[in-house]
Ligand binder design. Structure first.
Ligand code: PEP
Ligand code: MG
Length: 599
């Protein structure tokens, strides 16, 4: 390895928002938005020669591609604009750089992709220190060439199948759900991102997988390099990069993985859950990725209350066909068993998966997202409806419509689903009965919940978006995390109205946002009339423990007082004092809302 690539390393610390607890010591795997993911594989001594040949072939391929791109650029843009590719070509011809990569493969017995990534990251670190703006900016050329080389190495094929090294800590600026879903999470140990909030998808997924995660770290992604040692202490919201020997010794003994600490016995987990005054409460699972399937039984979920089907797109990289979708929904139904599963129709667009599908939008959270996207692309909606209806012949499935604003959205979607039902029947295709529900997560839908309730079979209350839209606070922007107040009186009033509307119409209402999985919030929701919850399955045991220890009548008493409060601070203060007075055995200072927590 070259001398210039060596860096002085000192222990550095960051504080962020811990969104999934646990403690991990591992090595950084740095991910760029939209970039190819690279995983480390240890190769045998005997394979070093083959790996080196693979690298050389990839360099040749990348060079050829670049020459073609340059020729096209010259033709279409003129020579003035094509010179940039000369810099890229020179880099691919830089003997020193290629020697460094080859020697990394040999010395570290690493796969070529990993060697390219580590050597390029080190070079980038050198560029990042350069004072001259222009030269520093050339770092982006290195990133481009690296990506091209990685692409060539994969031969254009899908590189995702590569296994993640067991101690990988994912470090990213902002982990989009698509990137999250691409990773092999069986081996990811923790996640640390510069952006994000309590209800961002990074947080939801990390909790789902039971791996520690800290968000809102501001510039960690820029400072960390793939392969660096890192401590993720999500019990205290702290990151330590390049930990000293003393720090390492302190932490290595205490390393925990959340999922290992929360296994209840299967029988206890499956028993009906009753409050102290004998009201039955249902706890179901939210599911995104196959890696979470195992948790559904283990944590005793009563079926799947929310299947975020858009994650199907990310697992394959493209839109799954009707048959492929049908198979996926059959699997979900089989996992859920008698209790059934609710498939949420694709929540695409906006700041979610497939945001590029809707084109560049000025305000994506308010844009062509979820049911709006499906109504604008009815073929997509038709295909998904057919797949669910067919899968329902093999198990209990419901459909829920995401982000409806009023009864018109519901009627339009129902009409299309019904047309497909009729078509399938006339084609003599076997289908099953499917109930149709509405996500209540937009303020207009909460206000108009009585009319929507007359049109659907059930409600799913999406508190993540409801809080975001009611309070006009971007759920994944750490700068406004202090304004994201789940216990805001306006949120509680909207939830109460919606729960009342459901009860009056005689339909069930499932709370499926992140509030459901937070024990103190779940108690308030029970006080507002909720009996049905869906959450990350690893949250079920702790919610279960708390729910089993409370009286609904007491929860109601507190919730009614909360509704009278003027600010979120007042509600939280009330919750803290009432909960610790009534249920000191169930809540500690850390499990109650505090001015610095989850806001
Ligand atoms: C919600 O908005 O609360 C919800 C459950 O859906 P998502 O988090 O996927 O937007
Ligand atoms: Mg939502």
């Amino acid at each position: 390895m070259s001398k210039r690539a060596k860096r002085e390393v000192r222990e550095e610390r960051w504080r962020g928002l811990a969104v999934s607890e646990g403690l991990v010591v591992g090595r950084v795997l740095r991910i760029h938005a939209g970039a190819r993911q690279v995983y480390r594989a240890t190769i045998d001594e005997a394979d070093i020669e083959r790996e080196t040949r693979r690298l050389r072939a990839a360099v040749r391929l990348a060079r050829m591609q670049l020459l073609q791109v340059k020729a096209r650029a010259e033709k279409e843009l003129g020579a003035d604009h094509a010179y940039i590719f000369d810099a890229h070509l020179l880099m691919l011809e830089d003997r020193k750089l290629l020697d460094d990569i080859e020697s990394f493969i040999r010395v570290e017995r690493a796969n070529a992709e990993w060697a390219v990534k580590v050597v390029a990251d080190r070079l980038l670190a050198v560029y990042a220190e350069i004072k001259d703006d222009y030269l520093r900016e050339r770092g982006s050329d290195i990133e481009d060439v690296t990506q091209r080389l990685l692409f060539a190495l994969s031969g254009g094929a899908d590189a995702r199948a590569r296994q993640l090294k067991d101690d990988a800590v994912i470090v990213a600026e902002n982990l989009l759900p698509s990137a999250v879903a691409e990773l092999d999470f069986e081996h990811a140990r923790a996640i640390a991102t510069d952006a994000g909030g309590w209800t961002s998808h990074t947080a939801i997924i990390a909790r789902g997988l039971g791996i520690p995660a800290i968000v809102g770290l501001r510039d960690l992604h820029r400072r960390a390099r793939t392969g660096d040692m890192i401590v993720v202490d999500a019990n205290r919201g702290e990151i330590i990069l390049h930990p000293s020997q003393a720090t390492l010794e302190k932490f290595q003994t205490g390393t925990t993985r959340r999922r290992d600490t929360r296994v209840a016995s299967a029988e206890t987990a499956r028993a009906p859950l009753l409050t102290q005054d004998q009201i039955e409460i249902f706890l179901r699972a939210n599911v995104e990725l196959p890696a979470e399937f195992e948790g559904i039984r283990k944590f005793g979920a009563r079926g799947i209350g929310l299947y975020r089907s858009e994650f199907l797109l990310t697992q394959r990289g493209t839109l799954p066909s009707e048959d492929e979708q049908c198979e996926a929904y059959k699997k979900i139904a089989a996992l859920a068993g008698e209790d059934g599963a609710t498939v949420r129709l694709f929540d695409l667009g906006g700041d979610k998966i497939g945001n590029s599908l809707a084109g560049a939008e000025h305000n994506p959270a308010l844009g062509l997202r979820a049911i709006r996207y499906s109504l604008r692309h009815p073929d997509l909606l038709r295909m998904q409806s057919r797949a669910v209806l067919r899968a329902a012949a093999h198990g209990h499935l419901n459909i829920v419509l995401p982000m409806v604003a009023d009864v018109r959205d519901v009627r339009c979607a129902k009409e299309i689903i019904n047309e497909e039902r009729v078509k399938l029947e006339s084609e003599k295709v076997k289908i099953g009965a499917v109930k149709i529900g509405a996500m209540i997560e937009v303020p207009s839908a909460a206000l108009l919940s009585p009319s929507i309730a007359r049109e659907v079979d059930f409600f799913s209350l999406g508190t993540n978006d409801l809080v975001q839209y009611l309070l006009a606070v971007d759920r994944s922007n750490e700068d406004v995390a202090d304004w994201f107040r789940s216990l805001h009186p306006s949120v509680l009033q909207s939830l109460r109205n919606t729960l009342d509307a459901a009860r009056e119409a005689g339909i069930p209402a499932v709370i499926c946002g992140e509030m459901a999985g937070t024990p103190a919030y779940a108690v308030i929701l029970i006080g507002l009339g909720a009996t049905d919850f869906s959450m990350t399955s690893s949250s079920i045991p702790r919610v279960r423990r708390v729910v089993a220890g409370i009286d609904v009548s007491e929860a109601r008493d507190i919730a009614m007082q909360c509704l009278e409060c003027e600010t979120a601070d007042d509600v939280e203060e009330l919750v803290r004092s009432e909960f610790s007075a009534r249920w000191p055995q169930l809540f500690s200072a850390e499990t109650l809302p505090s001015p610095k927590e989850k806001k």
